[in-house]
Ligand binder design. Structure first.
Ligand code: DC
Length: 220
């Protein structure tokens, strides 16, 4: 099999990257990997076990004793199981959102999840979204995008979703951690989604992929 293609989509909280990445993967018939969901899954387990998120020793001990499995569902979207349990109903709980940046700043958590993310692409082309996909997980991919939007637009999106999320604080924590912080990779194409629809952003990305001569499914 030829080397799988990785399209990296990074960006801050509520930039629209999940909707864009999912829609892009559907159009290209690639698999979709949501790496934020992996950090959220670990955070959910930490919170539900009553572990203090800043207690790195306890978090590492928990990881050592947990079987973390990644897979794909029938529609090609990434799934996570922790000791056989599906955490997906809890991934957007306020308690998870409030602690996920702390958990994601623990180097051992990152090392383990990045290894899983690299495993995901063994046998399929993927659109993978997160914070460090283009800069650290797959720095060699030529297909890197950074989706941005103004803080006002992003805050309004969360408000419409009825989700409590201190996005500014989360962005600050995600951008200032020592290990693979949220940055714009040097060779990433930046898309400002503030005034674009999801289809508009997907269209811009597809235009860019064509310029880079990526072979796309017929009709695109
Ligand atoms: O995309 P999201 O909001 O669901 O991500 C939740 C958190 O996970 C985010 O605040 C930082 C962390 N994260 C990360 O550090 N690296 C990634 N590749 C994806 C997410």
């Amino acid at each position: 099999m030829p080397t799988p293609i990785v399209i990296a989509i990074d960006g801050p909280a509520a930039s629209g990257k999940s909707s864009v990445a999912r829609a892009l993967a559907r159009r290209l018939r690639y698999r979709y990997v949501n790496t934020g969901a992996m950090y959220r899954a670990v955070t959910w387990l930490v919170v539900s076990r009553g572990i203090t998120p800043a207690d790195t020793t306890a978090v590492r001990a928990m990881l050592d004793s947990t079987v973390f499995e990644c897979g794909f569902n029938a529609t090609g979207e990434s799934t996570v199981l922790l000791d056989g349990l599906d955490p997906s109903p809890h991934l957007n709980d306020a308690s998870v959102t409030a602690s996920v940046s702390t958990i994601a700043s623990i180097p051992e958590v990152r090392r383990r999840l990045v290894a899983k993310q690299r495993e995901c692409v063994k046998d399929s082309d993927v659109v993978m979204e997160g914070r460090d996909i283009g800069s650290a997980v797959f720095p060699e991919t030529p297909y890197k995008f950074y989706i941005d939007a103004t803080l006002e637009v992003r805050a309004a999106r969360r408000q419409r979703q009825g989700v409590a999320d201190r996005i500014e604080a989360r962005d600050k924590q995600d951008s200032s951690r020592p290990m693979s912080p949220l940055i714009i990779a040097e060779d990433a194409h930046v898309v400002d989604s503030s005034h674009l629809t999801i289809d508009g952003v997907v269209g811009e990305i597809i235009g860019r992929l064509k310029l880079k001569n990526l072979a796309l499914p017929e009709g695109i």
